[in-house]
Design a protein around this ligand. Structure first.
Ligand code: AHR
Length: 615
């Protein structure tokens, strides 16, 4: 029985209650939300990004074509270019099955080029088997200094296996860089793939958290290598991602591929504005989480990152007379973006080092921009356990908001609906920056829906929540489940997408207090309990695993002292497991970990799984 107290005033639910978290994981940016159709347009792919890469990844060449990094380069941050000695050419295969084009649609081609001969470049678009998809374009390269050349290709038929070729018939040496093809029709004309952006917009998100996730706070934090002035494999830093695209140095991505930064901070702010969402950038805290336990010991470097964060706020909000406000205006947005919050760090493993840095960021931000909300976090994905060390520090320091992350089983979400009922009403507010129910397909979405009623009921404490991850390119899946799936010309939402949409497009103004009495209806399920300290640890030890009924009866228990994992078994393919020294030990942790209670007679949802994990 549900009793509704319609006369009582419950907590207000803010416009920012539900949002999205965009991270460039699963190839979500290049070949995804960023509408560029040419893969490796700047010939910067490099074995540092991914061992399989070369400067010509994505391309095939005929004749004498080679990638070169020498003094003739386009600029210091876009170092490698293509040297094409005619006659010959190169062909780009785009992403997934190829370049997708629609009959009648216009595609904007551009290239930076220089040449010591008068022979023209021919730009053509054809299917993988050579059927023309557009009337070719001729471009005369006028001199042997770098200039940008542009033209339009109009598709004469529809295909999802397009190839873009650039060729020369005459002799001479041609140098090419930033070979680009972008559909004219992008979301609000701002360079993002329309169907994907529309699917995000249809959720009516209250905020967009970006750009990560683990993407943000890993990699080398160090300044450019002085010898090359090149930022390869360093952490994500917003200044690398703004300004003209040909000056944005590409970088290795935490998730193992090249990121062009064509989708950079300006584009994130613009997209947030276009969909009516508040931007929420995450900046590195100079402590590496997600599998690495390093913190900078260089105060000057820390100070530079703090200054970068102040500059970021100026880039978003500052008048056009300021250094960074001026850059924003030059990029096309004189009006401020209205940034109101910044998150510092993501899932760091070192609580003391992280928190010391967090306080320095917060002090500097508050001193200059007191109205900006500075969001801290609760450490690694703790599967809902909530490590007390960071929460305690946050509470003691009067943190405004704490970012929690957990990915767990559907049963966990059902069993933890009341998680926030007991949170301190006068403590930090909660930003649930990443969560998803994993393992049971459609049942996930129902478990998430049930859980979200608990978030809303606690809207006085839980101020914002975003499912994660947002996107997955079906040919490059690194993490699942995901909200929106796509290939090169189609996209579709998961059942969780439909469920999020239902909640996000029907946000109430206020909680109406209710009381539930009577029995719960539960669907029998095998007990699956996720255990572990975090995704990224290299070894974890588990002991005292127990399954108990709500009234405390122990159904399954094991302290592993007998050397056996009685009744517990790990899912296969996830690291190496062994019972040693009275604990169940897992090494080579490569993914989220699940242990399954093997006892077949335990089949209900309302049992607790108690786990003690040590490291
Ligand atoms: O959402 C995928 C990853 O999960 C994020 O990068 C990280 O923050 C979390 O561990």
């Amino acid at each position: 029985t549900i009793t509704v107290d319609s006369g009582a005033a419950g907590a207000a639910i803010g416009d920012e209650m539900y949002g999205v978290f965009f991270e460039d994981i699963n190839y979500a940016a290049d070949g995804g939300l960023y509408a560029e159709l040419v893969r490796n347009r700047s010939f910067e792919f490099n074995a540092t990004d991914n061992r399989s890469y070369t400067g010509l990844t994505g391309w095939t060449a005929t004749g004498a074509a080679a990638t070169v990094d020498d003094d003739a380069r386009l600029n210091e941050r876009n170092r490698t270019y293509l040297r094409l000695t005619g006659p010959g050419g190169v062909t780009n295969a785009g992403y997934n099955s190829g370049i997708a084009v629609s009959r009648g649609a216009a595609y904007d081609f551009s290239v930076w080029a220089r040449s010591d001969s008068a022979s023209a470049l021919t730009i053509s678009l054809a299917t993988a088997d050579g059927t023309a998809l557009a009337t070719p374009l001729k471009i005369n390269v006028k001199s042997n200094t770098w200039s940008r050349y542009a033209g339009t290709l109009r598709a004469t038929s529809t295909s999802d296996t397009g190839r873009l070729s650039v060729s020369v018939t005459g002799s001479g040496t041609h140098r090419l860089d930033m070979v680009s093809l972008i559909p004219r029709d992008t979301y609000k004309g701002h360079g993002l793939r329309k169907d994907l952006a529309e699917k995000v917009a249809a959720l009516r998100p209250g905020f967009v958290r970006f750009p990560g996730g683990c993407l943000v706070n890993t990699g080398s934090h160090y300044a450019y290598d002085q010898a090359s002035n090149f930022p390869r494999a360093r952490s994500y830093q917003w200044k690398d991602t703004v300004g003209p695209v040909e000056t944005r140095a590409t970088n290795a991505n935490f998730w193992g591929y090249n990121q062009s930064y064509g989708l950079g901070y300006y584009e994130y702010f613009q997209f947030s504005e276009d969909i009516g969402a508040a931007p929420l950038p995450v900046v590195p805290a100079l402590v590496t989480g997600c599998g690495q336990n390093r913190a900078t010991d260089d105060p000057a470097l820390l100070q530079r990152h703090i200054q970068d964060t102040l500059d970021l706020i100026e880039f978003a909000n500052g008048p056009v007379t300021t250094t960074w406000g001026k850059l924003r205006a030059q990029m096309g947005h004189p009006k401020p973006f209205g940034l109101t919050m910044v998150a510092v760090g993501n899932e760091e493993n070192l609580p003391d080092e992280y928190f010391a840095n967090f306080l320095k960021f917060r002090d500097a931000i508050k001193a200059k921009y007191p109205a900006i909300t500075v969001i801290s976090n609760s450490g690694p994905d703790d599967m809902g356990v909530t490590f007390d060390n960071l929460w305690a520090k946050n509470r003691a320091a009067g943190t405004e908001m704490v970012d929690e992350h957990y990915y767990n089983s559907p049963n966990w979400f059902l069993q933890n609906n009341e998680r926030y009922d007991s949170y301190d009403r006068s403590g930090p507010k909660v930003f649930l920056g990443e969560y998803a129910s994993q393992d049971a397909k459609f049942f996930n979405s129902l478990a998430e829906a049930a859980y979200m009623t608990g978030l809303e009921r606690n809207a006085d404490v839980v101020k914002m929540a975003s499912y994660a991850p947002l996107f997955a390119n079906i040919d490059n899946v690194q993490w699942r489940p995901d909200l929106i799936w796509f290939d090169n010309d189609e996209s579709w939402g998961s059942t969780s997408y439909q469920m999020q949409k239902l909640f996000m497009t029907n946000v109430g103004d206020r909680v109406v207090p209710t009381k539930v009495s009577g029995g719960r209806v539960v669907q029998p399920q095998p007990i699956t309990g996720r255990v572990g300290l975090s995704t990224w640890r290299t070894a974890a030890r588990y002991d005292d695993l127990k399954v108990t009924t709500p009234d405390g009866a122990v159904l399954l228990s094991d302290d592993f002292n007998d050397g056996n994992a009685d009744g517990w078994s790990p899912l296969t393919g996830r690291g190496t497991w062994a019972v040693t020294d009275g604990a169940y030990t897992q090494t080579d942790v490569a993914a989220e970990d699940t242990m399954v209670a093997a006892a077949t007679n335990i089949t209900a949802t309302d049992y607790d799984i108690t786990v003690k994990a040590t490291k």
